[in-house]
Design a protein around this ligand. Structure first.
Ligand SMILES: CC(C)(COP(=O)(O)OP(=O)(O)OC[C@H]1O[C@@H](n2cnc3c(N)ncnc32)[C@H](O)[C@@H]1OP(=O)(O)O)[C@@H](O)C(=O)NCCC(=O)NCCS
Length: 177
C-alpha cells in the first residue's frame, strides 16, 4: 500500500520519478547542503539515482524518505521521513531508524519540517511499531537541532564521523508510554 499521510498543511507520499525536477532543485542548492557535507549535486542523473535508491529501500526495507507537498498548491517542497540504516554505521549503531528532512529554502521557517516529522513519528510508533527512533545533525545546524527537540527527541552527545570528517550530533526518542 502506498503511503499517504495528511497533516494540516501538508501531504506526505511516496517519492517517485515524477519528483525529479523538484529533487534536482533541492539537491543542487548549496544553501540546502551547507550542513550536509557541502556537496550539492550538479546533474539530474544524481537526483534520479537518489530517487531510485529510495524506492529500492521502500521495496527492500519497507520504509524510506517520503515526498512532501503543500496541500494547497500541490508544490513539491522536499522530503521527510524515516530511514532504516543497515549499510552505514553512525556512533556505533548500524541497525537503526533515523528521522530526517530536507526542504527547499523558500519553504523554510514556516513550521513545515516540524509538522511533517511529527506525523512521521506517529507512523513510527503506530504503524511500524518501533520502540526507538534516532536523529543525527551536523554540529552548527541549529534549524535541524531545533526541529528534533521540538518533535521530542533528546540530544545525547556529539560524535566524530570519520568517513566524512564531520562532527555530528546524536539524538533519540523512545515510543511514548
Ligand atoms: C532543517 C530544516 C528542515 C528546517 O526546516 P523548517 O521547516 O524551516 O523548520 P521549522 O519551521 O519546523 O522550524 C523549527 C524550529 O527551528 C527554528 N529554525 C529553523 N531554521 C533555523 C535556523 N537556520 N536557525 C535557527 N533556528 C531555526 C524555527 O524558528 C523553529 O523554532 P521556533 O518554533 O522556536 O520558532 C531546513 O532548514 C532544511 O531543509 N535545511 C537543509 C537540509 C538540512 O539541513 N536537513 C537536516 C539535516 S540533519
Amino acid at each position: 500500500m502506498e503511503i499517504h499521510i495528511e497533516t494540516d498543511r501538508l501531504r506526505i507520499r511516496a517519492l517517485t520519478e515524477n519528483d525529479l525536477d523538484g529533487m534536482f532543485a533541492l539537491d543542487s542548492d548549496p544553501e540546502v547542503h551547507k550542513y550536509l557535507g557541502n556537496k550539492p549535486i550538479t546533474h539530474t542523473d544524481e537526483a534520479l539515482k537518489y530517487i531510485k535508491d529510495v524506492r529500492k529501500q521502500y521495496a527492500e526495507r519497507g520504509i524510506g524518505r517520503w515526498a512532501v507537498e503543500l496541500k494547497e498548491t500541490g508544490e513539491f517542497i522536499g522530503w521527510v521521513g524515516l530511514r532504516l540504516y543497515t549499510d552505514y554505521t553512525f556512533n556505533d549503531h548500524t541497525n537503526f531508524y533515523d528521522i530526517g528532512y530536507r526542504l527547499r529554502p523558500k519553504f523554510w521557517g514556516k513550521g513545515y519540517a516540524t509538522e511533517a516529522s511529527k506525523a512521521c513519528l506517529k507512523y513510527a510508533w503506530n504503524v511500524l511499531k518501533l520502540d526507538k527512533v534516532y536523529g543525527i545533525t551536523e554540529m552548527g545546524n541549529e534549524g535541524s537541532h531545533k526541529v528534533l527537540l521540538k518533535i521530542g527527541l533528546v540530544y545525547l552527545e556529539d560524535f566524530y564521523y570519520e568517513p566524512e570528517n564531520l562532527m555530528l550530533r546524536w539524538y533519540s526518542i523512545s515510543k511514548p508510554e
